[in-house]
Write a protein of this length. Structure first.
Length: 297
């Protein structure tokens, strides 16, 4: 790619210290989303030639095809990724993010129960404030208890809002109750010569709010550190950093990991026949779009 995003690492430091320092360099939103993924019951599984099987390859290919249809790009065949894993061993790996319904359900029900207790507590505070105001004539006490009443009412409203949200989310994840091998994102990773590369990425259309891609990136970064790497390459981003650019979200996602925007010289066309070149530039994008639609049906 002409433009990439890279994260510099320091292999001379203690690995755990380096992980902590790198993590603290992420934006607060990125750290929050990594925690969300872990709290929602997501875990990362790593596969190479030694432990990969047909089921995992099929699951990864399925994620790639879902992503290809969603983002309108051509998806490589399953055999291509299998060849990468086999022929680039031990440098190439597949990372898969797996969802755990039981853990997610347990977390949500615990939060729901805690908020129910909070609601009851705030209702009791409201009642006490109302009783304290009854027949009260001291202006300072009236003002103080009115403040307590107002705070209690605001807290009740917020608790009820959160309880409703937890109820909705518990209902939403019910459909995944019997899913034992639900993979929600995956990637192809390459490590060589002290560099880790994020080569391919794919994600499911479901459970996107569980932030699987944040956990996946953090897992690959940590493994790069463990292997003594000095750089992690997120690969391509758009060179147009205007927030109105449709690809700006990809740049913003990668930037959250506190890397560096790097521009390479890029590719240039040597035009021999101007007419044919103009035809190529105008017709080839339409051909690619049509081909993508046919291949991704």
């Amino acid at each position: 790619p002409n433009f990439v995003f890279r994260l510099n690492l320091d292999p001379s430091k203690d690995k755990e210290d380096e992980k902590k320092e790198i993590y603290e360099g992420f934006t607060s939103k990125t750290r929050y989303n990594i925690k969300v993924a872990e709290d929602r019951g997501l875990t990362c599984e790593v596969y190479d030639k030694d432990n990969i099987n047909d089921e995992i390859l099929d699951k990864f290919q399925e994620l790639m095809e879902i992503t290809g249809k969603r983002d309108n790009f051509i998806v490589r065949r399953r055999e291509y990724f299998k060849d990468m894993i086999d022929k680039l061993y031990p440098y190439c790996r597949i990372y898969m993010i797996k969802y755990n319904y039981d853990k997610d359900f347990k977390r949500l029900t615990e939060k729901f129960d805690a908020q129910q207790k909070n609601l009851e507590r705030f209702k009791n505070k409201k009642e006490r404030a109302i009783l304290a105001l009854k027949d009260e004539t001291d202006e300072s006490k009236i003002e103080r208890n009115n403040k307590k009443l107002s705070d209690a009412e605001k807290n009740i409203e917020e608790s009820e809002r959160q309880i409703k949200g937890f109820e909705e989310r518990i209902k939403e994840i019910e459909q995944y109750k019997d899913e034992k091998n639900l993979y929600v994102s995956g990637s192809v990773y390459l490590y060589f010569g002290g560099k880790g590369w994020y080569l391919y990425g794919a994600s499911h259309n479901t459970l996107r709010d569980a932030m699987p891609n944040f956990l996946m990136q953090w897992s690959m970064i940590q493994d790069t550190i463990d292997m003594g790497g000095y750089m992690y390459d997120f690969r391509g981003v758009s060179g147009d950093l205007n927030p109105d650019n449709p690809l700006y979200g990809l740049y913003k996602f990668k930037k959250g990991f506190n890397g560096n925007f790097v521009e390479f010289i890029g590719e240039y066309d040597l035009v021999i026949d101007e007419f044919l070149y103009k035809m190529f530039k105008s017709l080839f994008p339409k051909f690619k779009e049509m081909r993508n639609k046919i291949r991704n049906r």
